[in-house]
Design a protein around this ligand. Structure first.
Ligand code: SF4
Ligand code: SF4
Ligand code: SF4
Ligand code: SF4
Length: 825
């Protein structure tokens, strides 16, 4: 399987030909004669003046066939020709072709029996795509005709990489191609990028300045996440169409002008990249360093006087292509053997490219910076390889990138996990195991690790804070599996977890979020008073983000110490000690040992709250034993654990690898169940806290645990409310620790609810604003014993002024439900 198809026919061809046949039938003509032959007729190849088209219609299927241009290492025709034939085939700029002067070798190449017993040649028989046409020259002499992407034709015109004639001729755009530059770009990354969405797809969202499109595809359960590849040609066509610049260019139609420009630019880029890369591959040039050019250095290419002088020398053949590469501002040769690929700063790249086009005597069209930026991107990625991974990492909506290996000869696309749409299939398909190993290694090196044939797995943190896991050759069948978990948005206030943005009205509204404002107010109460909580759920359910947000309710005077193996937690709090797992945790066993050591170390820092990013193994014993049971954290502790239902917590922790005595779990005050699900109405993935529960205070016979569900989610109303008449030990604990009566508890709960509603109205979405402007005022120390501080009084005045009767009714209703949990048994 070729990594990326250079020339291909889309199903649009069959549809169009069916239409033609139908029309012919209606007119009483022979349908077979009505079939389109435009691409076949356009093929410029001739032998002895007779056309020998290198694209043909398959007699059996009626489909148009031509060479898709497999890479040199995979092309069956080339391998067969070299091993069995006379070796007439050659490779130039990645294109396998048969030079006319070699046809004598083909004539003397042995004929071999083909389908239906007709003679054919070894290359034609070897091609799995039936792409080579065999022509008879009479007297038992045969020659193959293999597509060369019109290379010979364009070379005569001094152009390289222009749009093939068959592609130009197709009336319905069914014949498609990828320029050599685009192919090089794709093949260098070892991925194929499907350029068009399936027919009937509906574009529903554009992101990252058009680099990402999301489509709804008929018959697909999930949306298509499309990484767009831009060629200069497509980009310019779109731009010129939009700008209607024909008056500036001798009255030429915009489309014509676009094609003209695109051809020049594509062929120049193709030529340059092709030469540079083949030089690098052939080791004629060697990359010795990457460096950033100063503005002065890039400026060196700007003067047109200098350009003119060099152009004269070029024309006279005094300077070869190396100088042209320098002129393009992309490459610098120190001498003939050393090439420096400069790492341009964005602005400088734009300048140097812009000037380059101007000096190429192109029409005086000013391209806007965004066009220049994308073109600069294309050129840079041609030299360095595509940036598909970079783009995926850039998309703030993505939470996970999943490279599931490489299926040889099949499709195994990269998947992503989107905040709104859940799992999405992308149009990026890894095709090369070697390239994926290279990629895994490149990323693992950030963690000082390397993927070897014996590696089981690698856990690493990337420079951007992303968490990466690579499953190595020992435990995967189809190449390395790379999972990159993006870092959570740094600065998310609790408001984001109990409200949504109404884009129609342009305001933030309560509800349609992970929790109700009242449930969030309850969390606030628990975190203010001190509690031990565990947030559970599957991957991507938002448990870590929610825990992160809840920690912003911790009063500023309390000390929070967090331990995590990546920077997943990011709490806006003034007394926060963020500790990382650090080195030494490469394997699960080592990780558990190091984590346990870090937990003990953290406890020496006298935390009020001890927080663990995620418990996975034996470190749970230190968490439960030292932190919870031993009471080493003064006010409380919290962590996340993978489980589906809160009932599963006991099973999860009491057996290997955690092996925690069941009695320890009774010390936990709050179990929060987080779920990601598809909501029938919203047609998107939603994350919700479905239950908040509390373990009973004694073990039941058979070491079973009693569970009290105190808050429960209702899918119909999309709301979470307190469960009536359930005993809550946590409420009791809060009252005890704050020294308040049940009625004071309810009053304080209501106060917190109002503050949450107020902050929703104010759209306080960042942790920074939430903590600095509101929590600090709420928790300001009182000037007089027993009286709230002036700052808090002022805040509450603002809050109460914003509360509508509707909010009051709702808060009263929830408070009444909560009050039923305070009754003594
Ligand atoms: S790309 Fe050119 S050589 Fe190849 S089939 Fe099309 S017209 Fe013929
Ligand atoms: S002729 Fe067939 S095997 Fe050879 S490059 Fe083309 S598609 Fe691949
Ligand atoms: S006929 Fe095909 S296999 Fe034989 S020499 Fe020519 S290109 Fe090679
Ligand atoms: S020109 Fe286009 S529509 Fe016509 S046969 Fe060729 S690919 Fe099909």
């Amino acid at each position: 399987m070729a990594i990326a198809e250079a020339l291909y026919v889309t199903p649009e061809c069959s549809r169009y030909n069916e239409e033609l046949k139908e029309k012919a039938r209606k007119e009483g003509k022979a349908p077979e004669k009505a079939l389109c032959r435009k691409c076949i007729e356009a093929c410029p190849y001739t032998i002895g003046g007779s056309p020998v088209p290198r694209v043909h219609r398959d007699e059996l299927t009626g489909r148009i066939r031509t060479c898709i241009h497999c890479p040199e290492t995979e092309a069956k025709c080339l391998l067969a020709c070299r091993s069995e034939g006379r070796g007439a085939m050659r490779v130039k700029r990645g294109i396998i072709y048969i030079p006319k002067e070699n046809l004598n070798l083909c004539i003397s190449c042995p004929n071999v029996p083909g389908p239906a017993g007709l003679p054919t040649k070894v290359c034609a028989r070897a091609c799995p795509y039936d792409a080579i046409v065999i022509y008879s020259l009479g007297k038992g002499r045969y020659i193959p005709a293999k597509c060369d992407l019109c290379m010979a034709h364009f070379e005569k015109e001094g152009r390289i990489g222009a749009k093939p004639l068959c592609v130009q001729a197709c009336p319905v755009g069914a014949m498609r191609w990828r320029s050599p530059a685009e192919l090089l770009w794709l093949n260098r990354a070892g991925v194929d990028i499907i350029p068009e969405p399936p027919p009937g797809s509906r574009l529903i969202e554009k992101r990252l300045r058009g680099w990402i499109h999301i489509y709804e595809v008929p018959g697909w359960p999930q949306y298509l996440y499309m990484y767009r590849i831009f060629s200069a040609k497509r980009l310019l066509q779109a731009y010129i169409k939009q700008q209607e610049v024909k008056s500036k260019f001798g009255g030429k139609e915009p489309q014509e002008l676009a094609t003209y420009l695109a051809d020049i630019i594509d062929s120049k880029i193709a030529l340059l990249i092709d030469r540079v890369i083949s030089d690098i591959i052939d080791r004629k040039a060697q990359i010795v360093e990457l460096k950033e050019l100063t503005p002065e250095e890039t400026g060196a290419y700007i003067t047109s006087k200098e350009y003119k002088a060099i152009e004269e020398k070029m024309k006279a053949g005094i300077i070869d292509y190396i100088s042209r590469a320098e002129l393009l501002g992309m490459l610098k040769y120190r001498d003939r053997n050393v090439v420096i690929i400069p790492k341009f700063k964005r602005k400088e790249r734009i300048i140097s490219l812009g000037v380059q086009w101007k000096n190429m005597q192109l029409p005086d069209i000013k391209f806007p910076p965004v066009v220049m930026e994308i073109l600069a991107d294309i050129i840079e990625s041609l030299v360095r390889g595509p940036k598909f991974l970079k783009r995926l990492l850039e998309d703030p909506n993505l939470e996970e990138i999943e490279i599931n290996g490489v299926r040889i000869g099949g499709d195994k696309p990269i998947f992503v996990f989107d905040k709104d749409y859940g799992h999405l299939v992308t149009n990026i398909i890894p095709r090369s195991v070697i390239k994926m190993v290279e990629l895994a290694n490149k990323l693992s090196k950030f963690a000082g690790q390397e993927l070897r044939p014996t590696t089981l797995q690698i856990d690493a943190r990337l420079p951007g804070g992303e968490r990466m896991n690579v499953a190595g050759p020992q435990i995967t069948e189809e190449g390395p599996c790379i999972t990159i978990r993006k870092k959570i948005h740094k600065d998310m206030s609790p408001v984001l977890f109990c409200s949504h943005w109404d884009s129609k009205e342009g305001v933030r509204k309560p509800g349609k979020a992970m929790m109700s404002p009242e449930a969030m107010a309850f969390m606030w109460f628990a975190y203010e008073a001190g509690n031990i909580s565990i947030f559970g759920g599957a991957t991507g359910t938002g448990k870590t983000s929610l825990m992160n947000a809840c920690l912003m309710f911790v009063p500023p005077t309390y000390r929070i110490v967090t331990i995590q193996d990546t920077t997943a937690l990011s709490i806006w709090h003034i007394n926060w000690v963020p500790m990382l797992l650090g080195p030494g945790g490469e394997t699960p066993e080592k990780r558990q040992k190091v984590m346990s050591e870090r937990i003990l170390n953290a406890l020496r820092r006298r935390p009020d709250y001890a927080v663990y990013g995620e418990l996975r193994g034996a470190e749970a014993r230190s968490f439960f034993g030292e932190t919870i049971y031993g009471g080493a954290a003064k006010k409380g502790a919290c962590t996340t654990i993978h489980f589906d239902k809160i009932e599963d917590i006991l099973k999860r922790v009491r057996f290997e690898p955690m092996n925690v005595p069941p009695v320890y779990i009774l010390k936990v005050d709050m179990l929060v169940e987080c779920v990601a699900m598809e909501h029938p109405e919203y047609r998107r993935i939603i994350r919700r806290v479905t239950r908040i529960g509390e373990p009973g205070k004694e073990l039941l016979p058979g070491e079973k645990m009693d569970l009290y569900v105190t808050w429960e989610y209702n899918m119909e109303s999309d709301d979470i409310l307190p469960v009536k008449n359930v005993k809550s030990f946590l409420c009791e604990k809060i009252m005890g620790s704050m020294g308040i009566t049940p009625s004071e508890f309810i009053e304080r709960f209501k106060e917190k609810c109002y503050v949450m509603y107020y902050l929703i109205q104010k759209n306080v979405t960042t942790g920074r604003e939430f903590f600095n402007n509101y929590m600090s005022r709420y928790y300001a120390p009182p000037e007089e014993e027993g009286k709230p501080s002036k700052q808090k009084q002022e805040l509450m005045k603002e809050v109460m002024a914003s509360i509508t009767p509707q909010i009051k009714r709702r808060v009263d209703m929830v408070a009444r439900l909560l009050a039923t949990q305070l009754k003594k048994e």
